[in-house]
Design a protein around this ligand. Sequence first.
Ligand SMILES: Nc1nc2c(c(=O)[nH]1)N[C@@H](CN(C=O)c1ccc(C(=O)N[C@@H](CCC(=O)O)C(=O)O)cc1)CN2
Ligand SMILES: [Mg+2]
Length: 282
Amino acid sequence: MSAQIISGTELAASIRETIATRAAELTAQGHQPGLAVVLVGEDPASQVYVRNKVSACEKAGFKSVMHRMPENTSQDALVGLVEQLNADPTIHGILVQLPLPRHLDSHLVIESISAEKDVDGFHISNAGLLMTGKPLFRPCTPYGVMKMLELTGIDLRGAEAVVIGASNIVGKPQAMLLLQQGATVTLCNSKTKDLKSHCLRADVLVVAVGRPNMITGDMIKPGAVVIDVGINRLPDGKLCGDVDFESASEVAGWITPVPGGVGPMTITMLLQNTIEAVERSI
Ligand SMILES: Nc1nc2c(c(=O)[nH]1)N[C@@H](CN(C=O)c1ccc(C(=O)N[C@@H](CCC(=O)O)C(=O)O)cc1)CN2
Ligand SMILES: [Mg+2]
């Protein structure tokens, strides 16, 4: 093992202290940060994430409201709830946990959230603002990755950054944020030819595909920063990332673990986005 670990758990704890202090100040001024979390259906992983979000809010002194809706909820009922939350002045941030049950159109649901309360940063106006370099909310996972790189002192100017996975919630916004910090960015997808050659060029490699251990040590440039966004549950119940930690940590300079890496930062940046929403609203 030669790589140094970037601990999301430790960084998140320190950022959350600052957030709690700011939340107490805002509360004293009559603006307690309020976050509404909407969960539709019974997806077991989503239940864990939502519970962790509510608990993080409570520990930081936020008002947190949790809305659970049954699996067979209609599009109209879900949009109706979002519209009610849009109009509630005590709620500064709204998120609908993804994935939604298949009969619901997640694009339409996300577009129904007021862009000023879209603390996930998934609304089309927020995606557009991010693209043009004027973000209102940065999506929480890529925002968390950028915070980890910043706090670890990684200089992105002129660095070769390779992002694997081009989803709307991680890969695409991640590429934009890296580009805005001066990195030369390659965004790989499932059709990319010779993925290994792209990976081997990366000074900073961000992997977000959802395939257990697919990136191995022989695909990593010596000394590279490796950020593993994947959270995969194996048949034995253990969690693992998209990066084979054992072989990758022999080659990388810095690496994030799973669990305890990007995951805790995702929830922290959700709190950060909610604070930013309050500050903009007063
Ligand atoms: N509306 C949203 N839906 C989803 C998002 C999102 O940002 N907004 N991202 C993911 C899931 N996610 C947050 O919702 C998330 C995933 C994992 C973690 C986390 O802390 N993971 C822990 C392990 C937890 C476990 O035991 O399973 C870790 O990595 O250490 C936080 C948030 C998809 N949906
Ligand atoms: Mg996320």
